[in-house]
Write a protein that binds this ligand. Structure first.
Ligand code: MBD
Ligand code: FE
Length: 285
């Protein structure tokens, strides 16, 4: 906790801000400056340690491009993205128990806009890769009053069985295992993808260094990402997790919520090996 009485040096840094600055930005920077200064004083951070930190931050930037977002990965292993998600949405979702809107989850570093638009029921698998089991994924998108939402945009993405998202993997076609679907008039969406498998987040950079230093594993439980949007409703960013996955209680990025854990059942038709139903309820705007 920052000390109650603010250090005079810290106060002088905070008060160096000019007049007419944005109030929210000013609040956030003042608070951040005071936490960082206290952190340095409390831990007696040395010049050598500070230089290591600077190098670490620079390496985050150097590793990142449009296929790799190392900053999100670092935030994720520190539990920051999941905390921001919880602070933004969970309190409100708990207060509003009656509407039972679907729990949110972090977006992570691998979302891409403009994935191919498919017809309901189509497959997002563009190339068969060894080791994957197919799965039908379907459900209804509803408003909090229970009425179906027609034409909701349902964007989905997940990894190949080798643990790589398409943009990380030269062996996969562009936008493999990603797709955009629109609900029909009953609010129904459906696609065929793969039953997701657990996999390590990329650990060849600063995020991996943190895991190594702290003696932690890099695995995430198998998951499918969803981004669902519809006019008049708040956009829902979420993930679903396989209940049988060995990492479901031990996610390296702390994202699992009980409500998002689903059961993949043997498929009743010959369209896929498994099927899973996931219904969602969107809060209104
Ligand atoms: C992922 O695939 C992911 O979804 C998150 C949140 C973080 C790292 C890798
Ligand atoms: Fe992911």
């Amino acid at each position: 906790m920052p000390s109650q009485t603010i250090d005079p040096y810290t106060a002088s840094v905070i008060n160096a801000a000019g007049p007419n600055t944005d109030p929210r930005a000013r609040q956030l920077f003042s608070s951040m400056i005071s936490y960082i200064h206290d952190f340095i004083r409390e831990n007696k951070v040395t010049v050598d340690e500070w230089m290591l930190s600077v190098d670490f931050i620079n390496r985050i930037g150097k590793m990142s491009d449009d296929r790799r977002d190392e900053a999100i990965l670092v935030m994720d292993v520190l539990g920051v993205e999941s905390l921001v998600d919880a602070v933004t949405y969970d309190v409100e979702q708990e207060a509003d128990d009656e509407t039972r809107t679907t729990k949110t989850c972090i977006i992570g570093p691998f979302y891409r806009e403009n994935s191919p638009v498919y017809k309901n029921g189509d497959s997002i698998i563009q190339k068969e890769l060894p080791g994957g089991d197919t799965s039908v994924v379907n459900g209804f998108v509803r408003s909090s009053d229970g009425s179906p939402i027609e034409n909701a945009k349902v964007e989905v993405w997940h990894t190949a069985p080798n643990g790589l998202y398409e943009q990380q993997d030269p062996e996969q076609p562009d936008y493999n295992l990603r797709g955009t679907f629109y609900t029909d008039k009953n609010g129904f969406y459906e696609f065929i993808g793969l039953r997701p498998t657990s996999y390590p987040i990329p650990f060849d950079g600063p995020a991996g260094d943190i895991l190594q230093i702290l003696g932690r594993h890099p695995y995430r439980p198998g998951h499918i990402h969803f981004l669902i949007s519809a006019p008049g409703h708040r956009r829902l960013i979420t993930q679903i997790f396989d209940s049988t996955d060995e990492y479901v209680d031990n996610d390296s990025v702390f994202a699992v919520k009980n409500e998002l854990v689903v059961e993949f059942l043997p498929c009743k038709s010959d369209r896929a090996a498994y099927e899973v139903e996931y219904n969602v309820t969107l809060p209104s705007d």
